[in-house]
Design a protein around this ligand. Structure first.
Ligand code: FPP
Length: 227
């Protein structure tokens, strides 16, 4: 495989609500359509040989949405993980979650843990869902762990206390829907990531769009601060 091929792709899946509004549908219809794209892109990354795909599914800031939308997203997540188990196993996909899942219902927490356990031996793509995730929250929790364990505050120790401890840095960070910001997503891990901002809303994003981004990435020269 090409040396420049990305190991870790991260995506801010934005624009579900606007996609739905444009079609006179409820915002929740956009999330449902978005969940289908999650499956397509995961399968595609697995086939391409990408090792890690991290998807921003629910942020620490998303709790400020209307209660009904939050409830819908929680149910959709639980349904998705339940239905997806067979697909993960068939496609040799390992599932992991990052973020503070202790704020979710017991049923959802159990479903997340079960999916992690059942797919733990899969050796293909690792799909990571960021759930109740925010970088500042993650870095704060990491520093708290260092203090409790009386460890030195240095980059290596902070890295090993992050939720992403055993996951390589992000190579490609994509955001859909035309918004150009990082919204508290993988700030530490994306220090040297190549950024791609796509106009399409998440429900319209296809594996062809991802192929174009990967082609572009392979052509870019990454100097990591060197000359
Ligand atoms: C942003 O769209 C999307 C989210 C807040 C959540 C992402 C959720 C999904 C893609 C569907 C469910 C995911 C899984 C893994 C089953 P938005 O609502 O902010 O859209 P808007 O900016 O147009 O309002």
């Amino acid at each position: 495989m090409n040396n420049n091929f990305p190991k870790h792709i991260a995506i801010i899946m934005d624009g579900n609500g606007r996609w739905a509004k444009q079609r006179g549908l409820k915002r929740t219809a956009g999330h449902e359509e978005g969940a289908k794209v999650v499956r397509d892109i995961t399968t595609h990354c697995g086939k391409l040989g990408v090792e890690f795909l991290t998807l921003y599914a629910f942020s620490t800031e998303n709790w400020s949405r209307p209660k009904l939308e939050i409830e819908f997203l929680m149910k959709l997540l639980e349904k998705y993980l339940t239905n997806e188990l067979e697909v993960y196993l068939q496609n040799n996909v390992r599932f992991q979650a990052i973020g503070d899942i202790s704020k979710f219902s017991n049923a959802l927490q159990k479903r997340i843990t079960l999916t992690q356990e059942k797919t733990a031996k899969c050796t293909g793509l690792t799909q990571i869902l960021a759930l109740n995730y925010g970088s500042r929250n993650e870095i704060t929790r990491a520093v708290q762990k260092l203090v409790v364990q009386n460890l030195a505050v240095n980059e290596e120790n902070i890295n090993s206390c992050l939720d992403t401890a055993h996951i390589p840095d992000v190579d490609i960070l994509i955001r859909t829907s035309g918004e150009v910001r990082l919204s508290n997503f993988l700030l530490w891990q994306s220090a040297y990531a190549e950024l791609f901002f796509v106009q399409k809303y998440w429900p319209e994003f296809t594996s062809y769009d991802l192929d174009d981004i990967i082609d572009d990435f392979i052509k870019r020269e990454r100097r990591f601060g060197s000359v």
